[in-house]
Design a protein around this ligand. Structure first.
Ligand SMILES: [Zn+2]
Length: 133
């Protein structure tokens, strides 16, 4: 598919755009939960929507269902600190993600998990498109 066609299609069909955006979020971490490193099955709001958190890339992280469900409506940074699998490098990654510095976040996650692989190497190039979502 030509890149211009993709943009056109996304403008016409917000659902398609949303799906692409969700996919891109999981791709940033190689489909692993930002909190515990298990396979990510959901998107979690770092700052819950009930506390004014937005559905932007900066506030949405890949999470496994267990973390997402357990965290519930809590601020992720506070919740994460109490977990058995707490890793300060991941905490820093979550903070960087929240500040929109995905590059730093991914680097910190790689540091926390040496087996971590980013499947999409072009994430920097793609970023502005996803930010607009
Ligand atoms: Zn998890």
């Amino acid at each position: 598919m030509h890149i211009n066609d993709a943009v056109f299609l996304e403008d016409l069909c917000p659902k398609f755009r949303f799906r692409q955006w969700r996919k891109s979020i999981h791709r940033f971490t190689g489909k692993s939960c930002i909190y515990c490193g298990k396979p990510s099955e959901s998107i979690d709001h770092v700052i819950p929507r009930s506390q004014g958190g937005l559905s932007t890339t900066e506030n949405c992280v890949p999470a496994c269902l267990s973390c997402n469900g357990d965290k519930s409506d809590e601020n992720a940074l506070y919740w994460y600190r109490r977990q058995k699998f707490y890793d300060p490098r991941r905490a820093m990654a979550i903070r960087a993600w929240l500040e929109g510095d995905l590059r730093l976040a991914i680097r910190l996650l790689q540091w926390a998990n040496p087996n971590f692989k980013v499947k999409n190497k072009n994430y920097e190039k793609d970023e502005p498109e996803y930010k607009a979502a």
